[in-house]
Design a protein. Structure first.
Length: 300
């Protein structure tokens, strides 16, 4: 949050520094007043003067400083909730992952556990929740906003620096709250447009003997009942969309997006994210596991 990569985060960082400065000034004045009254001025000051210093330094001045900071902070909120001028992204908090939809003129593009935004434009983020309260926060880009079941909240970010930034649920939501992270990738506008067009396309057919066998394992294990892979028979909506899972930066900002990461997730799901609804598959044969991981990595 103190290394801003967006306009909103820069404003919040400035506010934080002003708050820190105000806190330091208050601390010095209040403790200086106590020290003067109790050690130096106790024989020189009347009781009325001593009480005046304590009330002025401990009540009046802090109230003025806090009121000024509150007024300044409230004045920032309308800009941070302004409608987007380039992109609208729908994010729904699940237990414990993020369902992500991008609005485009051609329709909705579905993804999960990763948000991508164009640099230099204000993107509107529409926030909802499935069962419990979550909070959407990318410290390097802006402030946080709660996701509440049955309610639609909105925030907006205007990132300025391309890069990859960690996002996190900032409201305790259950067992895997600490692991409910996501990557936010800020891209140059042309690169983002190309990525969004590719993301809207169906999955490529598996390439190679191992990946094709992994697709068979995927079908045999019934993974398509919970997960969708566009262009295949898998149309589940319980879990994350896996159409292009192999091209994401990471697996939920927790594991590397490679065959080893997929294999660990499949075998030790409950260890990676405690309480997650997806079952672990510790008894899957090693050959099937390797083939399934190869298929997952190949979903680019």
């Amino acid at each position: 949050m103190l290394a801003p990569a967006g306009e909103d985060a820069a404003v919040l960082a400035t506010l934080w520094w002003w708050m820190l400065g105000g806190a330091v000034v208050l601390w010095l004045l209040l403790n200086g007043a106590f020290f003067y009254v109790t050690r130096i001025g106790q024989r020189k000051l009347s009781r009325a003067w001593a009480e005046g210093i304590i009330v002025g330094g401990g009540v009046v001045f802090p109230a003025i400083v806090l009121a000024a900071l509150l007024t300044f902070g409230l004045g920032l909120m309308p800009d941070m909730r302004a409608p987007g001028d380039a992109l609208r992204v729908h994010v729904q908090g699940e237990q414990w992952w993020w369902r992500v939809h991008y609005e485009t003129p051609e329709g909705t593009v579905v993804s999960a556990n990763e948000v991508r935004l164009p640099a230099g434009a204000r993107s509107e983020i529409v926030l909802t929740a499935g069962r419990v309260i979550h909070s959407f926060w990318v410290p390097a880009l802006g402030g946080k906003m709660d996701l509440i079941p049955g309610r639609v909240n909105r925030t907006s970010y205007r990132p300025t620096e391309p890069g990859t930034y960690r996002g996190q649920c900032a409201e305790f939501c259950g067992e895997a709250h600490a692991q409910m992270a996501f990557e936010t990738v800020v891209m140059e506008p042309d690169d983002f447009a190309a990525w969004l067009a590719a993301e809207a396309a169906p999955a490529r057919p598996p390439e190679g003997v191992e990946a094709r066998r992994g697709a068979e394992v995927f079908r045999a294990e019934g993974c398509g009942a919970c997960h969708a892979i566009r262009g295949t028979e898998a149309r589940g909506r319980v879990g994350p969309d896996l159409t292009h899972v192999g091209s994401r930066v990471s697996l939920s900002a927790l594991l590397p997006n490679d065959e080893a990461g997929f294999a660990r997730w499949i075998v030790h799901t409950d260890r990676v994210k405690p309480g997650v609804r997806m079952p672990s598959y510790p008894h899957i044969p090693a050959s099937d596991l390797a083939a399934l991981a190869a298929y997952m990595e190949g979903l680019q």
